[in-house]
Ligand binder design. Structure first.
Ligand code: ATP
Ligand code: MG
Length: 400
């Protein structure tokens, strides 16, 4: 089949394909962008596969960056765009189920497409808009089916990350997982224990933030793959609960919000410790822990100026929308009002510093001064004290 028209993202990259071909090699668009173009979805990162070896690719273009030469990938800078150009390759024996022990560069497109994970990810698109479909991916696309390329059992035993990728594509594409593919995912899910947590996190995070996350999560539960993920072993019932409590078409606005919802449903007492096991970034851990704290505070009482001041409006709204998505009582206008009522949003905005109190009132540095500064901050946050030098000095004097 042939696309009626090449989407503009591919048109812009055409000169790259043409230059490679002029040099006597083959080149195609491959991977997720071709799948997304066929589905009429927005396209991101146009990837190119070629029969030219990395050194040969580098000779064709004036501007290239080595971003993964050992995997055959050269970044080509052309026409103001950046394109990953990867040599056709096969992956040799997988030792300990992780990464292939070595990749071999080959001149055959078919070999390259054969090593890809799912039929809908294994198309090649030629410069004349012809779609090369060696594994009936087009019919799987029509049927909204996710099917492993080749023998499913082999593909998941080679690389168990594909189990997580399968679950996340079910969630992002709203596809069902073909029966034998699913059976192989179930069977090889235990090998997830061998895969780096960072790579699993990326896939699980994409699953949770996808529009059809419930479909992905249901497949995660059904496959029992969660048994091999950090702190999720034995948590089937909690994950079922996760599906049950959120409204059907609710989509998480951010990763942090999704992971906070996960922590809440798992009744995790310390989100930071949990997220450390997932090897996430510190700032991510902090934001998720804040969201969990806001949510739990709100279960006991209504929001206050102090919550707005401590956590900021953005996080309070994200926590509130987790309530909304479960059909709980919410009060978004109150959050806006409390935020507008704050005269400061950060203690650095206070117009008197510790040094001023030492100079003007003869106070000594130390814990007492620290307490006075916290009292000033609290009085300003609560609206009992204006953020003005004179007023603050009087406030301190009256308490001495
Ligand atoms: P997205 O739209 O989320 O980027 P994608 O399909 O482009 O999805 P990538 O992770 O960017 O996914 O990988 C690009 C392509 O590389 C895939 O479409 C697939 O053909 C191949 N691929 C990636 N990871 C694997 C894997 N673990 N096993 C086999 N093929 C893979
Ligand atoms: Mg991609």
């Amino acid at each position: 089949m042939r696309l009626k028209q090449l989407p503009s993202e591919f048109q812009e990259a055409l000169p790259v394909l043409e230059k490679i071909k002029q040099a006597g090699f083959e080149a195609y668009f491959v991977g997720g962008s071709v799948r997304d173009a066929l589905l009429g979805r927005p396209i991101h990162d146009v990837d190119i596969a070629t029969s030219s070896y990395p050194q040969e690719t580098k000779e064709i273009f004036d501007r290239t960056v080595d971003i993964g030469i050992e995997h055959g990938t050269v970044l080509v800078l052309e026409n103001g765009g950046e394109y990953e150009v990867t040599t056709f390759r096969t992956e040799d024996a997988y030792v300990d189920y992780r990464r292939p022990s070595s990749v071999s560069f080959v001149r055959s497109l078919e070999e390259d497409l054969k090593r890809r994970d799912f039929t809908v990810n294994a198309f090649a698109l030629a410069e004349d808009a012809r779609v090369i479909d060696l594994f009936n991916g087009l019919s799987d696309l029509d049927n909204h089916l996710l099917r492993a390329v080749g023998k499913a059992q082999e593909r998941f035993s080679e690389d168990a990350l594909r189990v997580m990728r399968g679950l996340r594509f079910a969630a992002s594409l709203n596809f069902s997982i073909e029966e034998q593919t699913f059976a192989a995912m179930e069977r090889y899910a235990p090998l997830l224990e061998k895969i780096s947590i960072e790579r699993i996190f990326i896939e699980f995070d994409k699953l949770l933030t996808a529009p059809h996350w419930k479909k992905g999560l249901q497949a995660l539960i059904d496959s029992q793959a969660y048994e091999y993920l950090p702190d999720l072993a034995g948590k089937g019932p909690a994950l079922e609960q996760f599906l049950a409590v959120y409204e059907d078409n609710f989509v998480f606005a951010t990763s942090e919000q999704a992971w906070a919802a996960l922590c809440l449903v798992l009744e995790i007492s310390d989100a930071v410790t949990f997220l450390k096991k997932w090897k996430t970034a510190t700032h991510f851990q902090k934001t998720v822990a804040d969201l969990v704290a806001i949510y739990r505070y709100r279960q006991k009482s209504t929001h206050s100026k102090r919550t707005l001041y401590d956590y900021g409006k953005e996080l309070v709204l994200l926590a509130e929308s987790l309530r909304q998505a479960q059909g709980l009582i919410v009060d978004f206008p109150l959050v806006e009002q409390l935020d507008e009522a704050l005269t400061i949003h950060d203690k650095h905005e206070i117009l008197i510093k510790g040094g001023d109190l030492i100079k003007e009132l003869g106070l000594k540095p130390g814990p007492d001064l620290g307490q006075i500064l916290r009292n000033i901050e609290e009085a300003i946050v609560q609206g009992r004290l204006p953020n003005e030098r004179r007023a603050i000095l009087d406030f301190v004097k009256s308490g001495l």
